[in-house]
Write a protein that binds this ligand. Sequence first.
Ligand SMILES: Nc1ncnc2c1ncn2[C@@H]1O[C@H](COP(=O)(O)OP(=O)(O)OP(=O)(O)O)[C@@H](O)[C@H]1O
Length: 300
Amino acid sequence: MAPSNGANAATAAGPEITPILTVDHLTMRFGGLVAVDDLSFLAGRGDITALIGPNGAGKTTVFNCITGFYKPTEGMLSMRLADGDTYLLERLPDFKIAAKAKVARTFQNIRLFGGMTVLENLMVAQHNPLMLASYFTFGGVLGLSHFRHSERDAVEFAKYWLERIRLVDRADDPAADLPYGAQRRLEIARAMCTRPELLCLDEPAAGLNPRESAELNELLRFIRDEHGTSVLLIEHDMSVVMEISDHVIVLDYGKKIADGSPEDIRNDAAVIAAYLGVEDEEVEEVEREVETVTKGPEDA
Ligand SMILES: Nc1ncnc2c1ncn2[C@@H]1O[C@H](COP(=O)(O)OP(=O)(O)OP(=O)(O)O)[C@@H](O)[C@H]1O
């Protein structure tokens, strides 16, 4: 079935977006709790799209629906690849979301294989193409040239990413021995080794110091600009969100409360109110205050 063009997902930033991901009326309920409430948005091809909002707003639940960890209660998640193939993610098992729909993710808590070396972590990510190349092991056991070429390519690709994240010198060390910021970069590189078209990152800047956050920004820009990989990012660190995002979506209590450029979001009264935790009736007051701050007291 052809997915809708996300008419209801059209947003403030919508007209300029060529969507790679269309989230259409997504709802996720856990018993009586509505964690995501009729959410629609577009993530643009080649863009960094940030999903932000206060704690418990539903951001990770959206990721879990996109990556197949949860099956949505309602709604449609449509992923359109560069070759035109379109997948409805809510209908795919999670391994196909990674392998066919080319969606990769990282988690809030680092999930590297700590006992494996840094290089091995990047090789494991290429397990599926290597298994295919080995005709499911036999070609590997027999040392067929097709498999040997694929294996060499996988090592080269892993080395390429090690250079990008400046961990070539640590290739043979256990991943668990890396400093925290380097582990975060390795997780992103591991996800990139699956050659995704959409990279979903759940709080990649959590726990990073300002220098490491700046390195992360540089890495994400590289992924977008040099690889053309689209990024969907959950992040609380506003220095990361405002600096690198092309498009920001704000959730509060599972609902979308704002959608636009970082500049639009920075000055949005409802967003400020959500972050400050003010009541609905106080939003207008915040709105007046924001206007005063952005325009100056005379113009407001
Ligand atoms: N498996 C689950 N069962 C029941 N409730 C859940 C489940 N997963 C999430 N929730 C609830 O859904 C709501 C949204 O949670 P979610 O983790 O998506 O928020 P979040 O925006 O990612 O928060 P944070 O920024 O703190 O990570 C919360 O009230 C949470 O307790």
